[in-house]
Design a protein around this ligand. Structure first.
Ligand SMILES: *[C@@H]1O[C@H](CO)[C@@H](O)[C@H](O)[C@H]1NC(C)=O
Ligand SMILES: *[C@@H]1O[C@H](CO)[C@@H](O)[C@H](O)[C@H]1NC(C)=O
Ligand SMILES: *[C@@H]1O[C@H](CO)[C@@H](O)[C@H](O)[C@H]1NC(C)=O
Ligand SMILES: *[C@@H]1O[C@H](CO)[C@@H](O)[C@H](O)[C@H]1NC(C)=O
Ligand SMILES: *[C@@H]1O[C@H](CO)[C@@H](O)[C@H](O)[C@H]1NC(C)=O
Ligand SMILES: *[C@@H]1O[C@H](CO)[C@@H](O)[C@H](O)[C@H]1NC(C)=O
Length: 355
């Protein structure tokens, strides 16, 4: 099947969606990269619809019965690896807890917090100006990944400018991004940022490497959220820029950092991704589109921004649900193993730590 970009006049819209999704599952499954493999190679944290399983295919917007996302029509699944802490003296590992982004809900003081999860963005240009190209929603069955656990050095990581870390001074810090996991204790934790490419070949819902049907057109050095440049002829269809922010609450480990005999912090930071990456260059993320019907296109065609598109307790272009309902939606684990306690090995990882 082919989808062609529509020719539309300039400056039509500037919708930007930002919404919270609670954790729907955390286990060793990867229906995109390792379909049917139970367990998959490494632990993931997943948000979105409850149709998530090892072999999911087709239009998942029409499957499942609930979603952990604020928007009730979004049954997509979004996932990343999980961050662990490695104890500096005894070598045991402990999963780093996640916390939700600040100010995602409008339900008032007594509303519960979103349970872990991520903040999801679909942006068209940037936060200030109109895009001048029509933005197509993803199509049913669409899927993609960004980044790769096989990336092990800075020069390869720098070719993916949308994958970064922010050392959080407070839960609202949004400046200074690095390609490596922060080299000092971060008072409010670490934010992992994943921006996906924005230009589609217009034909393939997926590709063998899950990436070549999409093209990243951000010039290096440009801020991760800019999505202004025109798409190349090979990948002519302009899609929204999908981005994830995951807040890892590292504060419980602040006093356990590696130190020398005088108590001075050693340069080796103690966090490691669930695929044994202690530098952070192999950071990656996965997406399976699952918005119901034309709901995402409806939002992109509007000019709503963030809470204006709808938030828990605040209706908009999109239908929303209370945080309590987001938190209630869950997928039962297919892979039952301890991923949370103090572990002598990260699940599935007998490999050596990569520094
Ligand atoms: C997984 O999802 C697919 C559809 O995406 C469905 O056909 C299959 O039965 C599901 N498997 C399990 C074990 O639920
Ligand atoms: C390592 O230290 C942690 C924290 O004190 C402890 O809970 C864990 O059991 C220890 N692991 C081993 C193998 O002793
Ligand atoms: C980075 O890693 C790739 C793949 O292993 C390798 O080909 C390349 O030479 C490395 N670059 C540097 C600067 O080490
Ligand atoms: C982070 O974890 C600490 C305990 O380790 C907790 O006191 C704090 O409230 C958590 N922060 C957030 C924003 O959830
Ligand atoms: C600790 O401090 C003492 C006195 O300043 C110094 O001689 C020693 O080299 C330091 N040790 C380490 C491991 O840095
Ligand atoms: C979005 O806008 C395009 C171009 O104006 C139009 O063809 C399409 O029907 C709209 N879709 C929705 C769901 O509003």
């Amino acid at each position: 099947m082919h989808w062609f970009p529509l020719i539309v006049q300039a400056g039509l819209s500037r919708a930007a969606l930002r919404f919270g999704c609670a954790t729907v599952s955390s286990q060793r499954l990867d229906p995109l990269v390792e379909p049917g493999q139970i367990p998959s190679a490494h632990v993931h944290q997943i948000v979105g619809g409850n149709a998530f399983n090892a072999t999911m295919t087709g239009d998942i917007g029409e499957q499942g019965t609930c979603t952990t996302c604020a928007y009730t029509e979004d049954f997509s699944n979004y996932w990343t690896a999980v961050l662990y802490f490695r104890h500096p003296t005894n070598g045991s590992y402990k999963r780093v807890p996640q916390y939700p982004n600040a100010q995602l809900g409008y339900e008032g003081r007594d509303a519960p917090d979103i349970k872990g999860g991520m903040t999801i963005y679909y942006t068209e240009s940037d936060f200030e100006t109109d895009g001048d190209q029509y933005i197509s929603a993803f199509k049913p069955g669409f899927r993609m990944t960004v980044g790769s656990p096989t990336i092990t050095n800075l020069s390869d990581a720098q070719r993916l400018p949308g994958l970064r870390y922010t050392c959080l001074e407070t839960i609202l810090t949004r400046s200074h991004e690095t390609y490596e996991l922060p080299s000092r204790p971060c008072p409010a934790g670490i934010m992992a940022i994943h921006h996906f490419p924005t230009c589609w070949d217009g034909v393939n819902l997926d590709s063998p490497d899950h990436q070549s049907h999409m093209r990243n057109i951000k010039p290096p050095g440009d801020g991760g959220f800019l999505n202004r440049a025109r798409c190349p002829e090979s990948h002519p269809v302009k899609m929204p820029q999908l981005a994830y922010e995951t807040m890892w609450n590292t504060t419980a480990f602040a006093d356990l950092w590696p130190r020398d005999a005088n108590g001075t912090l050693l340069p080796q930071q103690p966090f490691v991704w669930s695929f044994m990456d202690g530098k952070g260059y192999g950071t990656h993320a996965d997406y399976v589109f699952g918005w119901k019907g034309d709901s995402l296109q409806r939002a992109l065609n509007s000019s709503c921004m963030f809470h204006g598109c709808g938030s828990p307790g605040m209706p908009g272009v999109l239908q929303t649900q209370p945080v309590a309902d987001m938190n209630r939606c869950a997928v039962e684990n297919t892979v039952t193993e301890d991923t949370e306690g103090w572990l002598t090995e990260i699940p599935g990882q007998q490999a050596m730590m990569r520094y």
